[in-house]
Design a protein around this ligand. Sequence first.
Ligand SMILES: *Cc1c(COP(=O)(O)O)cnc(C)c1O
Length: 459
Amino acid sequence: MNQSLLRALPQVQKLMEAPAAAQLCARFSRAEVVEAVRAQLEELRRAWRAGEDATFSGELFFGRVKASLEARDRHRLRRVINATGIVIHTNLGRAPLAEGALAAVLEAGAGYSNLEFDLETGLRGSRYEDVEELLKELTGAEAALVVNNNAAAVLLALSALASGGEVIISRGELVEIGGGFRVPEVIRQGGAKLIEVGSTNKTRLGDYREAITEHTQMLLKVHPSNYRMVGFVGSVEVKALAELAHAQGLVMMEDAGSGALVDLSQYGLPPEPVIEESIRAGADLVAFSGDKLLSGPQAGILVGKGALIDRLKKHPLTRALRIDKLSVAALAATLRLYRDRARLHETLPVLKMLAQDMTVLEQKAARLARDLSALKGTQATVKDGVGYTGGGALPGTGLPSKLVAVKLKGMGPGTLAARLREFDPPIIGRVSEGALALDVRTLLEEDFPTIVRAFASFT
Ligand SMILES: *Cc1c(COP(=O)(O)O)cnc(C)c1O
């Protein structure tokens, strides 16, 4: 047994006086460093008791302490570099915010704000007023309300307008969005009875008409966000559904999912439902997300008829689902950018990434491949790839893109992907055809030196 060795181990206090400990204390709290030092000492004792050959080395010891502190730190919410080519990646935080939105968050968060205070009268104001005015202007709706997210928006509308009654929906639109959001369950949670009509692939206006009873409250249309039906398919447009609903005194609501405030076809993208068009077509309420195509913060936006929005505002759930001040600030600032439509592809990160043409992508990929190839033992080639919009928008529509496929001598692509995730900042790529693939659509040119630094550190 190494009793003498065990006794010779430095005390925690002694170790904390070392310069290496002081360096760590500048990055982490003292308590965390002490805890990590203790754990590392414990590990050494265990190794020695087990008869493993280990001499104490300060350098090695503090190297391990540092690694353990950094490993813990990886769970901290932090910036990552998205090289997946998926623009609205829910696991990576969906839409990056525009510069103006970030500034608004900083301003609203750093001090006090007029969130619910009317500066003219000195009386209580509404946190929704500013965003409501902007949303009315941008969608042509009579009124608007914003809550925590789109799932909350749909739940609120169902609870306030259809509870105890029946909601009719097409069998082709009983969607699961992911993360457990299933339309039939939300309808039940809202206290309404779900009436399914039509078949999986085809639903006609007559199917809705025949299902209407004295209990019917709402006709609901849900955007099939994450899948696409092709072939012998058919669904009913908002206009026809709204006309039917109004003739029977019912509410017609659309869950547009991602929704778009502008027509995306001008950027060479396939069309998504434009909120303004749904309102014009007669939808009484339209619900959509703030952090998908809109490129804003997490939020659930409801626009539509004034009388209905009023009922939603008064519902007790509205308070429970309310949006916080940082999101209000970011959303209002993002919506303001929509006033200058001609510049949206420059001001909104999501649109900017989606609107990049092939020439731009090719140039980016060539530059990154050249920089990486300059590293020893690194082979980087430009390849054609396919990215996605993500976030339940433009389902089934691959975005032709350019990849940089990287191979490192002596390291397989799986290991390489793992090492990139451990880098600071983490870089998220994917493994494709035996190489690590970096899709340049979601990369900023400013990210390139960091990516090169990461690869340089592996060779
Ligand atoms: C994404 C989506 C939702 C959920 O929106 P969140 O903002 O994530 O809550 C609901 N319905 C549809 C159709 C969607 O695409």
